[in-house]
Design a protein around this ligand. Structure first.
Ligand SMILES: [Zn+2]
Length: 163
């Protein structure tokens, strides 16, 4: 679904004074309502994916990688990247989206996020003793370094509203 017309690009700062469509609270300065997690640019029911669900996805992607001997997971990944997914995200109802457009990430954006972003993350991790991996816990949009690199957020969209 296309975003409402007239939203500023970037989105930071957007939404401060605007009440949340779902809970009615002031949404705060992030892409999602600080109270209920509803994304300001997405239809009702689409929320920012929680750190717990993201961690679950990380573990599930690792397990899937092992049980498919790596290659199965890799092939699965490059197929579903075009839908803003990884194998675990597909199974757990998460999707990678671009806040500027409100649309799922393209294959190129996923390549940037999953390959360049995570490679950069591993380098930064070396110099920060792994602390960078916990960025999701203090970032208001639950972004990891590879999300910043690709300009993406991860949403929980169990009904597949965003496509
Ligand atoms: Zn809300």
């Amino acid at each position: 679904m296309p975003p409402p017309v007239g939203q500023p690009a970037g989105g930071f700062g957007y939404g401060y004074a605007r009440p949340c469509n779902t809970c009615g609270q002031a949404t705060g300065s992030g892409f999602a309502c600080a109270f209920c997690g509803q994304l300001t640019f997405a239809p009702p029911g689409v929320t920012l994916a929680s750190a717990g669900r993201r961690l679950g996805g990380l573990l599930l992607d690792s397990v899937l990688g092992v049980v498919t001997l790596g290659i199965g997971w890799l092939i699965w990944s490059v197929i579903v990247w075009s839908d803003g997914l990884t194998p675990a995200k597909q199974l757990l109802g998460m999707r990678v989206v671009k806040p500027e457009t409100g649309m799922k990430a393209t294959w190129g954006t996923m390549f940037l996020r999953e390959v360049i972003g995570r490679w950069l993350g591993s380098i930064v991790s070396f110099f920060t003793l792994g602390i960078i991996y916990f960025m999701i816990l203090w970032d208001k949009n639950n972004q990891e370094l590879w999300d910043k690199v690709a300009g993406t957020v991860v949403v929980y969209d169990p009904n597949g509203v965003l496509r």
